[in-house]
Design a protein around this ligand. Structure first.
Ligand SMILES: NC(=O)c1ccc[n+]([C@@H]2O[C@H](COP(=O)([O-])OP(=O)(O)OC[C@H]3O[C@@H](n4cnc5c(N)ncnc54)[C@H](OP(=O)(O)O)[C@@H]3O)[C@@H](O)[C@H]2O)c1
Length: 322
């Protein structure tokens, strides 16, 4: 083990509460904690689908609750050692600003109050690289205010701001078509021509979140996390084509046309499309992390190359259903 103690090395035991446990990141945090033998409490909404937790359900204590409800959070944190927050509203369907505020900001404030009352030792908060007080979108401004609440809480914490998170599965990644369309899809449209991201595998995000509370390099800090490669949409499309054995055609959509499409989509499907402000926040900056800095911050987390993620996605698709 390099540099510092870890759970495998007999580090801090105690119950970990995962908020957003039914989600793509939260469920992987739960599964990985259980695999390490940690007692886990999983906060899910009463109507959340818990299918992602199926492999570990018998070894997890589920708590039903909504982060908008301070009583639910007070109950959930009772007796826990540490909290990992992975809940949030999707940027693809951000919805109304009041609702964003209630979940993303007030929810975190309720959590902090509950943690203080219960003397919870550590909060690890998952944020995103677009969080900024100057963001155009209410969602990314809210993330920044939630970060501020955690920074000023007086509770020991780490804040991890992630680049794009890759969840191998049917939808995989925004630009890449679902795997079952691969043979048929002639090309891939994309609207973010020059923007680069450092896509990071969901399991690697889970590892960083679990690692953070025992990692002196990130304790008390706000750090950016990302995968080992910085890729533009064209790089993605090229890699995906190489992995399927036949290049995809690339159809670059001018950002102005994409914005018009989003505007139209938001009229047709209110609350179910990314807003123009979210889109602009994402096209106006790269979300790139220096891989060397990642290695220094998280020497115990080995990052999965994108090509490997694409291969895993193909292997999963080849498995018989069930
Ligand atoms: N995906 C990315 O590329 C990316 C990048 C950087 C940062 N992030 C951040 O990472 C976090 C997790 O991402 P993800 O991809 O795992 O999202 P996800 O799959 O949509 O999961 C979100 C989770 O939050 C829960 N949640 C939402 N509102 C809640 C509420 N009012 N009370 C309690 N739980 C609530 C959801 O519960 P239900 O199952 O009931 O809906 C779900 O478990 C988000 O905050 C996101 O902003 C994501």
């Amino acid at each position: 083990m390099r540099g510092y103690s870890s759970y495998e090395a007999g580090g801090t035991p105690g119950t970990c509460l995962v908020i957003g446990a039914s989600g793509r990141v939260g469920s992987r945090v739960v599964v990985r904690l259980v695999e390490r033998g940690r007692p886990v409490r999983a906060l899910v909404r009463p109507d959340s689908s818990i299918r992602r937790l199926a492999p570990v359900l018998s070894r997890v204590r589920l708590v039903a609750g909504d982060v908008r409800n301070p009583d639910a959070l007070a109950e959930a944190v009772r007796g826990v050692h540490q909290v990992i927050w992975t809940a949030g509203i999707s940027p693809l369907r951000p919805g109304r600003p009041e609702e964003i505020e209630r979940v993303e900001v007030e929810g975190v404030r309720h959590l902090i109050e509950a943690c203080k009352r219960e003397s919870v030792a550590y909060i690890t908060y998952l944020s995103c690289m677009y969080a900024s007080q100057d963001a155009r979108s209410a969602l990314f401004r809210a993330k920044w205010r939630a970060e501020e609440a955690v920074r000023e809480s007086g509770v020991s914490h780490s804040i991890l701001r992630s680049s794009v998170i890759i969840h191998p599965g049917r939808r995989f990644y925004l630009q890449i078509p679902a795997i079952h369309w691969w043979e048929k899809a002639p090309g891939i449209p994309h609207a973010l021509p020059s923007v680069r991201t450092s896509p990071i595998a969901v399991d690697d995000v889970a590892s960083c979140l679990i690692d953070a509370s025992l990692n002196p390099r990130v304790r008390g800090r706000t750090v950016e996390i990302g995968g080992p490669e910085a890729l533009s949409p064209s790089d993605w499309i090229r890699l995906a084509g190489e992995e399927r054995g036949k290049p995809f055609k690339e159809w670059a959509v001018p950002p102005s046309l994409a914005e018009a499409g989003l505007w139209l989509g938001s009229r047709l499907f209110p609350d179910r499309m990314p807003s123009r402000e979210v889109f602009r926040d994402m096209v106006e900056r790269d979300a790139v992390v220096d891989p060397e800095t990642m290695k220094e911050l998280f020497p115990n987390v080995s990052l999965t190359p994108v090509r490997e993620l694409i291969r895993r996605m193909k292997e999963d698709a080849d498995l018989p259903p069930g």
